[in-house]
Design a protein around this ligand. Structure first.
Ligand SMILES: C=CC1=C(C)c2cc3[nH]c(cc4nc(cc5[nH]c(cc1n2)c(C)c5CCC(=O)O)C(CCC(=O)O)=C4C)c(C)c3C=C
Ligand SMILES: [Fe+2]
Length: 428
């Protein structure tokens, strides 16, 4: 696995990075927990010359930048994530946006392969050194365009209908300042410093072309923290992601990626996808007061192992018709998993790929924590929108969550070698 892409859609020959060759972080891989314990308490300082050793799988795993689809969509969840949205600066139009996408793509490619950025010491491309000792660590950088990007760049004829604004939902408590944006970048990595390094590089390259509109930070479980790989848990403690479409499903690609052969005006989006981003706060003080059996009825699945309340294991299909001895359905009528299931939504499905977030404690003492819900689909009107409409009308989870920010972005297909992301739109 070492040095190989985990993303089959973007897999390619792995590059041996300079950073990896110079790395002394391999010592962490070799000594593992010992370094973890000592390093954590006292910091680590080499006391004698130590031969560089191979990086662990976590550090050395590289996801390819070039490919049919952008990385960060089917890539396994990473431990650390940053979302950042930009607005084009006054006076910046199509030409400046194209130059920015070219710069961002070059930076993303270098960082994802474990190389530092390149640039003059006093320029935006100057590497900050934050990730110097680390390998690629499954870094992905994914770029998207919001509806307003097309007006700003004079490309409204190429704005796809899938970018029409999301409808309002009764449960929305949206903060406009933390919603939408001309450009959106999703960064994920299995090392927090590698992810932060990429965030700074992306922000600095935006230079005078685009200004930050909002930025959010998230996390997931660290690879290796569980005895076996498993579906992630969220901050409510639930196993979250079980019902996701699987890359092995026959209809996976048609559900998640925009097909070719549509209106030529939107050809640039072939192989791309739409990302719906929602910052959903969890009202954890209320949730944690519920006994586990009630929590399980809210979702319709068991907390310990994610199995449906109709029986079986996590991977057993939910039996929505199965009733208990009292004649009532074992998976309650308002259970979140029932209401959101494709079976109850004319097949509507999406690939959920979230990060958890914790932004500290609010003045009232409650944690500002929840889910940076990101879902991917070929068409939001056949993915997020119908499902959220239905959830909005009677989901048992609703009293325990609050949608606080929202974004919808068209994410172009992956860049071919020698191309930058979005080139097919910006040079159409
Ligand atoms: C509109 C889409 C969805 C929002 C918003 C949403 C928020 C949300 N969900 C959980 C926790 C769980 N969701 C689960 C399943 C599930 N959720 C959605 C959609 C939205 N969730 C779908 C399509 C599904 C899959 C349904 C199916 O096919 O069975 C589950 C069960 C496990 C799983 O399948 O992933 C949990 C748990 C939270 C906490 C949350 C907002 C904070
Ligand atoms: Fe859900």
């Amino acid at each position: 696995m070492s040095g190989k892409s985990k993303n089959s859609d973007t897999s390619n020959t792995p590059a041996l990075s300079r950073r990896r060759l110079l790395s002394t972080a391999g010592a962490a891989g070799a000594t593992g927990l010992v370094l973890g314990a000592a390093g954590g308490a006292t910091g680590y300082a080499a006391t004698r010359d130590e031969a560089p050793a191979a990086l662990t799988t976590v550090g050395s795993t590289e996801v390819m930048f070039h490919g049919k689809h952008q990385p960060g969509i089917t890539t396994p969840l990473q431990a650390s994530g940053h979302l950042i949205a930009f607005d084009l600066a006054p006076g910046a139009g199509r030409k400046q946006a194209a130059a920015l996408m070219r710069r961002w793509s070059a930076v993303a490619q270098r960082l994802m392969s474990g190389e530092p950025t390149e640039g003059a010491a006093d320029g935006p491309g100057h590497d900050t050194g934050v990730a110097l000792d680390a390998g690629p660590s499954s870094l992905t950088v994914t770029f998207g365009f919001g509806a307003t990007f097309f007006e700003r760049t004079g490309l409204t004829a190429h704005r796809p209908p899938g970018l029409d604004p999301l409808p309002p939902f009764s449960s929305d408590h949206l903060d406009a300042g933390r919603s939408n944006g001309d450009l959106w970048v999703q960064i994920g990595a299995d090392d927090a410093l590698v992810a932060f390094h990429a965030l700074r590089a992306v922000q600095k390259e935006a230079a005078s072309t685009a200004t930050v509109r909002w930025q959010m930070n998230g996390f997931n479980r660290t690879p290796g923290a569980t005895a076996k790989p498993m579906t992630a848990r969220n901050l409510m403690g639930q196993i979250d992601g079980t019902g996701n479409p699987k890359p092995t499903d026959d209809d996976f690609a048609t559900r998640v990626f925009v097909p070719g052969g549509q209106d030529p005006a939107y050809d640039w989006l072939t192989g791309g996808s739409y990302a719906v981003v929602r910052r959903i706060r969890m009202l954890l003080d209320d949730w944690e007061k519920l006994p586990v059996e009630r929590q399980e009825r809210v979702i319709g699945r068991r907390k310990a192992d994610g199995a449906p309340l109709s029986g079986g294991t996590e991977t057993t299909a939910m039996d929505l018709d199965k009733a208990g001895p009292d004649g009532k359905p074992l998976i309650p009528d308002n259970a979140h998993a029932r209401i959101s299931s494709p079976e109850r939504n004319s097949g509507a499905a999406m690939l959920r790929r979230p990060f958890s977030y914790h932004d500290g404690i609010s003045r009232d003492g409650t944690p500002d924590a929840g889910l940076l819900f990101i879902c991917w689909q070929a068409d939001p009107l056949r993915g997020f929108v119908p499902v959220q409409r239905k959830l909005d009308r009677g989901d048992a989870l609703s009293p325990f969550i609050r949608h606080e920010a929202s974004g919808l972005f068209a994410v172009p297909g992956g860049a071919a070698a020698g191309e930058y992301v979005g080139q097919r739109l910006l040079e159409s």
